[in-house]
Design a protein around this ligand. Structure first.
Ligand code: PEP
Ligand code: MN
Length: 342
């Protein structure tokens, strides 16, 4: 349920409503709007009677919210969420470009690629230190050493860093070293991990599960938001389909569907989404065209030697062309910032 308060309610009126929500065993969420204040309620197992709240001083309306996701939905929060990471903004009218190797392989490799993507206009550096691999025999990432390398790359380029946490232990470390915590497709429904990330106060990039519906994905975001972390960025990274020409099927329509239902920023990962380097740039352009708030692409200067996902990595020179193209396209889409330069 969403409780709308009168214009400029008093502190006492707000506190009375908050207390009433707690009294009935639910959780109140204060939602400041442009002109007024609303209070969202979560934690009720059954529909609530609006009369409980409309009789209180300062309440103008109590609106039942029927969708299973509440905090992630537009019903609870109308204005789009803006997430600030240093000078980078995830949100409306911004198109953020995240790039870097799939995996941190060595300091030399990471710093070299970080400098190349920075020169080409990337806003954020990606690179996995903890790699969730299908095979236990595949390169699992450098772990803590990888995080330290990312820190060095950030110091040398000024780029903020996004990297994946795969469990509670790595979450603590990633929180210490990264600017954005990535939760990967395979962990999208690891609810205890989502809650632990929700207790942190750092932006979380939540990738879509391998076969997750948009509703399931938003419910996963809800787990993070419900713990009080409001900084969730969604990342469409393709879903399983019957076709195996591509690694996954990028659900470009989901970007539009999400923008209609949720205030959270959404970006697209065309690298994991397609698994084919020839498709990365066109899909990145598609992401901008449908109104995504950014892209995340794998870039490697020696893709044949890459320890992870070489076939989907584009070269720094291709990445540079991609950013140049996105910059040309941006004005037509209303996004005023691409590749850090606008
Ligand atoms: C990644 O971005 O490095 C990754 C492992 O992606 P996903 O979780 O989408 O497979
Ligand atoms: Mn990968």
């Amino acid at each position: 349920m969403l409780i709308l308060l009168v214009n400029t309610p008093t502190e006492a009126q707000i506190e009375t409503v908050m207390a009433r929500v707690r009294e009935i065993g639910c959780k109140p969420h204060l939602i400041p709007g442009e002109h007024s204040i609303a209070i969202g309620i979560t934690g009720n197992s059954q529909a609530l009677d609006p009369g409980i709240f409309t009789s209180l001083d300062g309440v103008s309306e109590a609106i039942p919210v029927t969708k299973p996701f509440k905090l992630a939905s537009h019903d609870f929060k109308h204005a789009k969420t803006e997430i600030h990471v240093g000078s980078v903004t995830f949100g409306p009218k911004h198109f953020v470009v995240i790039a870097g190797p799939c995996a941190v392989e060595s300091e030399e490799q990471t710093v070299r690629i970080a400098k190349a993507v920075k020169a080409a206009g990337a806003n954020v550096l990606r690179g996995g230190a903890f790699k969730p691999r299908t095979s236990p025999y595949a390169f699992q990432g450098l772990g803590l050493e990888g995080l330290k390398i990312l820190k060095t790359a950030r110091e040398q380029t000024g780029l903020p860093v996004v990297t994946e946490a795969v469990d509670i232990q790595s979450l603590e470390l990633v929180n210490e070293y990264a600017d954005i915590i990535q939760l990967g497709a395979r962990n999208m429904q690891n609810f205890s991990l989502l809650q632990a990330a929700g207790r942190l106060r750092k932006p979380v990039m939540l990738k879509r599960g391998l076969s997750a519906t948009v509703d399931e994905w938003l419910m996963a975001a809800e787990y993070i938001l419900n713990e009080g972390n409001e900084q969730v960025i969604l990342c469409e990274r393709g879903i399983r389909s019957f076709d195996n020409f591509t690694r996954n099927t990028v659900d470009i329509g989901a970007v539009i569907g999400l923008q209609l239902q949720s205030h959270l920023p959404i970006i697209v990962d065309p690298s994991h989404g397609t698994g084919r380097r020839q498709m990365v740039i066109p899909m990145g352009k598609a992401a901008l065209a449908v109104g995504a708030n950014g892209v995340m692409v794998d870039v490697h200067d020696r893709p044949k030697e890459a320890l992870c996902d070489g076939p989907q990595a584009i070269l720094p020179s291709e990445f540079s062309e991609m950013v140049a193209t996105l910059r040309k396209m941006a004005p037509a889409t209303g996004a005023h910032l691409v590749g850090g330069l606008g």
